[in-house]
Design a binder for this molecule. Structure first.
Ligand code: OOG
Ligand code: NI
Length: 468
């Protein structure tokens, strides 16, 4: 018997990411318009900034820029979440991080399925922010039970997709033919359905409890609710959106603009009102609307250490406390001014951020380290090697999400009214039990990538090791 080679998970992920983007452009044409705007502004930004262009070449990010995006879905049951984990594993996407959004008034908790090694991230950085609805936060017991019953009846995966997941688990990979089939079949899970699975009355009850609950419970599957390309200048895209007839949310989430970007800045266009058919118990169709799907953009910066993240969280909280009310159209300018003021306390210079251990970096051997006799560098520390021009460094890109920002994105697309927080306790354990595995600690991943780059520098300098 001849052995068919397996397709690399990175390749399946890259193809899946493209297929999702193609499908979403057809489903939500405004997302296509947003992509064009982002590509135009990325092009201009690169022309105007040779320093940024050099940095993107050095780290290889230039090659992943146009294919970079994330998406988001919301599921209703533990079984759905656990099967998604097995589905995403086929594409090398592993659950990283735990995000509890209940304190911000969104009844879900979430993880991000993504590649974890820098080489895989370089091949395709596609991530899916995946939320599990917390039915335990629905107040009325009857409605809670009704929602659970509706969810228990649906099956969000095609039979062939389940076969392929099992095939991957038993054989250890998918052949070309199977991978093609997998992409076609998995798109079915994330497709939009313009027919609800419930009557208009039940939809309304779910909606009155929380719009998000209706979005998860009333439909056949976890439709992709947005996709997000990476922009090099989020302020420019935000400002240009209205000219393209795209209405942006009031403020950009995350840190203020900086010379040395950190973490993640995000903004979105408001979710569209879409026609939905509801089926009454008598079997006739009632037309209605549902608002859930939107487009988003993100600008990524340096991954922060626990210390840097602590500082970020503190300054963001201080800015929000100072504003007193949630940021909106009326106070957007004031909020940005406050944010700017607060973040003057966060060093905006890579060498200082490195010296103060606020961010993670990747280290590269320079030309000089390849030419000079290795003997002269054996006893130098990392700082001395940098000083002497043997090693250079670049910030490591943040590959994850931010709970406060995510809540802001959810909120702007769910309408601003509604509960400001849920009292239920945070439950990473429950989430991991439902997922069927632990989530990976993202800081550990950044630490490992940073260390691998130091090990590569040590090898180039013919040294046994090199540490911070
Ligand atoms: C997810 C919102 C969070 C992000 O980029 O922070 C998110 C959702 O609306 O389902 O995608
Ligand atoms: Ni998003």
């Amino acid at each position: 018997m001849t052995h068919q080679p397996f397709v690399h998970p990175d390749e399946i992920r890259a193809r899946f990411s493209r297929a999702m983007s193609d499908m979403y452009q057809v489903e939500v044409p405004l997302y296509g318009a947003l992509l064009q705007l982002v590509a135009e502004i990325n092009g201009k930004t690169l022309e105007q900034s040779p320093e940024l262009t050099r940095h993107l070449h050095q780290t290889g990010e230039i090659e992943r820029l146009s294919m970079e995006r994330h998406g988001a879905i919301r599921v209703g049951t533990a079984a759905e979440l656990a099967t998604l984990r097995r589905l995403f594993a086929i594409m090398g996407m592993i659950p990283v991080g735990y995000y509890d959004l209940a304190p911000a008034g969104v009844p879900v908790h979430s993880t991000a399925f993504r590649a974890v090694h820098e080489a895989s991230l370089q091949a395709c950085p596609f991530r899916i922010f995946t939320s599990l609805l917390r039915l335990d936060l629905i107040e009325q017991p009857e409605l809670r039970q009704q929602a659970a019953d509706i969810l228990a009846k649906r099956n969000i995966f095609t039979p062939r997709l389940i076969e392929l997941i099992v095939q991957h688990e038993t054989a250890g990979g998918l052949t070309h033919h199977e991978a093609d089939d997998f992409i076609t079949q998995s798109l079915e899970t994330f497709r939009w359905h313009n027919q609800a699975t419930v009557s208009a009355e039940i939809y309304q009850q779910l909606h009155d409890q929380h719009r998000l609950i209706a979005d998860v419970v009333a439909f056949k599957g976890p439709h992709i609710n947005h996709l997000t390309p990476r922009t090099l200048n989020i302020d420019a895209v935000q400002a240009a959106m209205p000219k393209y007839n795209i209405t942006p949310k009031a403020v950009i989430e995350g840190p203020p603009p900086r010379h040395c970007p950190i973490l993640l800045r995000q903004t979105s266009f408001k979710a569209l009102e879409e026609k939905v058919a509801f089926v009454s118990s008598g079997g006739h169709i009632v037309q209605g609307n549902h608002t859930a799907r939107f487009g988003e953009i993100e600008q990524r910066g340096a991954a922060l250490t626990a210390k840097g993240r602590h500082l970020y969280d503190r300054l963001l909280q201080a800015a929000q406390d100072q504003l007193r009310v949630p940021a909106n159209e009326q106070n957007a300018e004031q909020y940005m001014a406050i944010l700017h003021e607060q973040f003057s306390q966060f060093p905006d210079d890579y060498p200082i951020m490195r010296a103060e251990r606020l961010a993670y970096f990747r280290y590269f051997p320079t030309e000089k380290s390849l030419k000079e006799p290795a003997i002269s560098v054996q006893n130098l520390t990392l700082d001395q090697l940098i000083e002497a021009g043997f090693i250079q460094f670049e910030p490591l890109v943040y590959e994850d999400f931010l709970p406060v920002s995510a809540a802001g994105i959810f909120q702007s697309n769910l309408g601003d009214k509604g509960q400001s927080h849920f009292a239920g306790h945070s439950s990473k354990q429950d989430f991991q039990r439902d997922l069927g595995s632990d989530v990976i600690d993202e800081l550990q991943l950044y630490e490992e990538t940073q260390q691998r780059s130091l090990t590569a520098c040590a090898a180039a300098l013919k040294r046994a090791s090199l540490s911070l």
